[in-house]
Design a protein around this ligand. Structure first.
Ligand code: GAR
Length: 194
């Protein structure tokens, strides 16, 4: 199986959803590495529970983005990683990583892009009072949440929603959608269209 890395900064519920598919033999790639830019993040404990190797770094310990990105590239190449799936990775991907993994970095974003890019997309949608928001899976380019869209799924906002109930509904959709799109991308690359 082709090897992939997941990049995450926080809770890791999407990382867990991906790993659970792998355990059930339903994932087309092998998650070889978790990359995390937040020492102490819960996602690291999940990786340890499932015996997934981790590379955890603190950007503050590097002089510049290129310094930690070059280190990340080195770790990915040692493990023969071909795909990068961002799952709540709250950092912009710089040119040193982007150019090595051109069209191989995919992001999950909790809105119907181009609506509500950037931070706290769920809070932005909630405050705007929209009746529908959603989830987007897209390729990463140099912009913030601007790359070509691969797939989207809409999610209703109900009148009695709180930001919390909306977030839970969006995350349930993410947990289903992201592993499915990951499989679709990898099968397309192999030339198997399903
Ligand atoms: C997810 O909802 C993901 O869409 C979002 O962070 C959350 C991470 O949750 N990503 C972004 O906002 C990227 N701009 P998780 O750590 O439980 O998977």
């Amino acid at each position: 199986k082709v090897k992939a890395a997941v990049f995450a900064s926080g809770t890791g519920s999407n990382f867990q959803a991906i790993i659970e598919q792998e355990i059930e033999n339903k994932l087309a790639c092998d998650i070889a590495l978790l990359v995390c830019d937040k020492p102490g993040a819960t996602v690291i404990n999940i990786a340890e529970d499932y015996d997934i190797p981790t590379f955890v770094f603190n950007p503050k310990n590097y002089a510049a983005k290129k310094d930690y990105e070059q280190e990340v590239v080195k770790r990915l190449q040692i493990m023969n990683v071909k795909w990068i799936f961002l799952a709540g990775y709250m950092r912009i991907i710089g040119p040193d990583l982007l150019h090595v993994y051109e069209n191989k970095i995919v992001n999950l974003h909790p809105s119907m892009l181009p609506a509500f890019p950037g931070k706290d997309a769920i809070g932005q949608a909630f405050e705007a009072g929209v009746k529908t928001t959603g989830v987007t899976v897209h390729y990463v380019d140099a912009g913030i949440d601007t790359g070509p869209i691969i797939e989207q799924k809409s999610v209703h906002v109900f009148p009695d929603d709180t930001k919390d109930t909306l977030q839970k509904r969006i995350q349930r959709v993410e947990h289903q959608l992201y592993p499915r799109v990951i499989n679709q991308l990898i099968k397309q690359e192999r030339g198997v269209f399903s």
